[in-house]
Design a protein around this ligand. Structure first.
Ligand code: T3D
Length: 263
């Protein structure tokens, strides 16, 4: 099976690149597994002192792979969305926040759904000028997951978070920067160098102090992370059973506008 992630270590920086460009780096169970392993490697290896998370091709990540989602609907033995989140994305987000080393998201293109959630779980976000952002969940009848329901209001305020989550409107990098969703915006051709320079700088800083700072921030604002993630998964299970969710996924696969009924 092709590697869904590319890993490259340069000095103290481990760069993790989503590698499914043909589907805009949509995330399937294989990506989740490889990402979990990469994060474990970063936890255990003292030589790794900073991580960069980025995407290959024209996307950062389009979120959950909706074709595997559609196939799941037809499988009577399928795991529930709640279990899928608990065993997959929630563990990744817990690992990212618990990793006491800085994580920089280098957002090279569109970030959608749980792809955006992973960018929000990073510590610092650097976006290319041509990057774009959509929560995406409401278009398929779901609620924000992967930690987005608390990271988004935390970063942009609850009113803006509601607008972004309800409409799933796609915003550009300049708007994302204005809202506080990303730290920096750089020309597309400079993104690699800009993230490498920032990550390189962070990798030479006192890693233990940076890690403890992250622990303090987590405790201040994300103290109930596991409980929140679990509650999100519970809400997603409810949303995932609606007709609107099924219609949203069908419409995406059939490349047409969804017709939602509110049921
Ligand atoms: O069980 C659980 O764990 C629940 C968890 C859920 C987490 C989630 O992330 S739910 C949200 C999933 N993501 C989305 O709903 C986003 C879907 N994608 C889009 O809305 C758009 O593709 C984008 C806004 C991201 C980009 O639009 P655009 O116009 O730049 O590209 P495109 O033409 O739509 O996509 C290009 C190709 O990528 C296309 O394939 P094709 O026609 O060239 O063969 C498209 O089907 C494919 N693609 C894009 N996103 C996904 C995808 N394929 C599978 N899954 C995707 N998410």
């Amino acid at each position: 099976m092709a590697q869904t992630l590319l890993l490259a270590q340069d000095g103290g920086v481990l760069t993790i690149t989503f590698n499914r460009p043909e589907v805009l780096n949509a995330l399937n169970d294989q990506v989740i597994k490889e990402l979990g392993e990469a994060l474990r490697r970063a936890e255990c290896d003292a030589a790794i002192r900073c991580l960069v998370l980025t995407g290959g091709g024209r996307a950062f990540s389009a979120g959950q792979d909706l074709s595997s989602f559609a196939m799941r609907e037809q499988n009577p033995d399928r795991v529930s969305i709640r279990e899928h989140l608990r065993d997959g994305y929630n563990r990744i987000v817990t690992r990212m926040r618990g990793l006491e080393k800085p994580i920089v998201a280098g957002i090279n293109g569109v970030a959608a759904g749980v792809g955006l959630s992973l960018a929000l779980a990073a510590d610092i976000r650097v976006a290319a000028e041509n990057a774009s952002f959509t929560t995406g969940f409401s278009k398929i009848g779901l609620v924000p997951d992967g930690g987005m329901s608390f990271m988004l209001p935390l970063l942009v305020g609850i009113g803006r978070a509601a607008e972004l989550a309800f409409t799933s409107d796609r915003i550009d990098a300049a708007e994302a920067h204005r809202l506080g969703l990303v730290n920096r915006v750089v020309p597309a051709e400079e993104l690699g160098a800009a993230t490498a320079a920032l990550a390189g700088q962070l990798a030479t800083m006192p890693t233990r102090a940076l890690g403890l700072t992250k622990r303090a921030f987590n405790r201040t604002i994300l103290a109930d992370l596991d409980a929140w993630l679990d509650y999100e998964a519970h809400l997603q299970e409810i949303a995932g059973r609606t007709d609107d969710h099924k219609e949203g996924v069908r419409a995406f696969i059939e490349k047409r506008q969804a017709t939602f009924t509110g049921k």
